[in-house]
Design a protein around this ligand. Structure first.
Ligand code: GLV
Ligand code: MN
Ligand code: MN
Length: 410
């Protein structure tokens, strides 16, 4: 049966898609620790409190709403992220947070307490769209953030300064380690076309692909574009162009198992009349099978070395993150599938190529994920869209999951 809080969850995501919750003039961009991020945290805090939760912000800036249980033991965590990519959609991340708020609001309206507390978490940097790192805040909550590299955003703002304005510091992020938890549940738009193609509203996630993300810095030699003869050039952008095509070739070799992407390219000095002297590019490689991902990464890096050597360009490889594949917990997945079936949906299971905070949280507790159909499978795009009726269905299944967790909870 649909749950009406789904409509409010969608309306709130829509509200978060416009000023002051975006850092971009004609579109949505909410970078971690930005003014829009602060504004979003403030309004979400109010929604959490209205739903019956007490709120706090942990040392990694995650916003956490808590709904006490009949017993004080480990909590059920429900979460996702409130940062966004540049010119992104409204539902990637916030939908999972809003659905968590609606789960608690439904229980609160029925004056119902579960035997366990429920915490709804709005994570900060799942996308990694501001600083050259991603999922720092969920990794901090999961207790796996070992060291905190020094980093700055594209404007040169140091992470330490951005964190200071939220009352914390890089060396304090690890203090966000969450207490042991019962389970972590995340609802998210599918970001792919499988559910829509099959005419299904919802699917249960079996696991999340392993991700490797690197930065490659190519150093050639800047020079005059009018006077430097072609054979004498050490053009870092021309080398980068060959590498981009090699990345695509390696991904295309195994289209069912692997994806490989260059998503950013910074060209310096960046002038029409100067041969590019330095290029920094991002490399993102994913596969459900981590061995295959690593083989592909090695093949790309070997070929990049060869391209650079041929062009007398040097190449440096800097790590961004290496996230292992994250299978969802079989027991929780079974409970979520039962809730799906009980709500009248076919038990569709599917893997996730997109990364999610769930893959970081898997280090803390068992995880489960529910996918919601999105129009055209489109995401990381302002045209991202979900139907209210699908979100209502998702809420009903999440509430069914919570009920079933109560039944098996000891
Ligand atoms: C996040 O959206 C990712 O999969 O990179
Ligand atoms: Mn997301
Ligand atoms: Mn995303």
């Amino acid at each position: 049966m649909p749950a009406p809080g789904g409509a409010r969850a969608v309306a709130r995501c829509d509200m978060l898609g416009v000023s002051p919750y975006t850092d971009m003039k004609d579109g949505l961009y909410r970078g971690w620790l930005s003014p829009a991020y602060r504004a979003a945290q403030e309004v979400v805090t109010g929604w959490m409190e209205e739903a019956g939760m007490t709120t706090r912000r942990d040392a990694a800036t995650n916003l956490i709403g808590r709904y006490e249980g009949l017993n004080p033991g480990p909590a059920l965590l429900i979460g996702s992220h409130i940062d966004s990519v540049r010119d992104g959609g409204r539902y990637d991340g916030p939908l999972g947070v809003m659905l968590g708020v609606e789960c608690v609001a439904t229980l609160h309206a029925a004056t119902r307490r579960m035997p366990f507390p429920i915490e709804v978490i709005a994570f900060g940097d799942e996308e990694g769209s501001r600083f050259p790192a991603a999922m720092l805040t969920s990794r901090a909550a999961a207790g796996t953030l070992a060291e905190m590299p020094d980093m700055a955003d594209a404007q040169g703002t140091p992470l330490a300064l951005a964190l200071a304005s939220f009352g914390t510091a890089p060396e304090r992020l690890a203090d966000a380690r969450h207490a042991p938890a019962l389970a972590y549940l995340e609802a998210h738009i599918e970001q792919g076309p499988a559910l829509e193609t099959e005419g299904l509203a919802l699917g249960v996630v079996t696991g999340i692909a392993a991700q490797l993300r690197l930065r490659l810095v190519l150093e050639g030699r800047a020079g005059h574009a009018g006077t430097t003869a072609m054979p004498l050039r050490r053009d870092a952008l021309a080398a980068a162009a060959e590498i981009v095509l090699e990345v695509e070739r390696v991904g295309r070799d195994r289209p069912d198992e692997l994806v490989a992407t260059v998503g950013t390219l910074e060209v310096e000095p960046g002038a029409a009349n100067v041969i590019p002297g330095r290029v920094t590019l991002s490399l993102d490689i994913r596969a459900l099978d981590p061995a295959l991902r690593d083989l592909a990464a090695q093949a790309i890096l070997d070929e990049a070395d060869a391209i650079a050597a041929r062009r007398l360009v040097t190449i440096r490889t800097l790590p961004i993150h290496d996230l292992p594949a994250s299978p969802c917990d079989p027991r929780l997945t079974r409970i979520l599938t039962e809730a799906l079936i009980a709500a009248g949906h076919p038990p569709r299971r599917l893997a996730s190529g997109a990364g999610h905070d769930a893959m970081a949280m898997a280090a803390l507790c068992p995880t489960a994920m529910l996918f919601v159909r999105c129009r055209g499978g489109l995401s990381h795009n302002p045209a991202e869209h979900v139907e209210v009726v699908d979100v209502e269905a998702a809420l009903a299944v999440m509430l069914g999951f919570i009920d079933r967790l109560e039944a098996v909870h000891v």
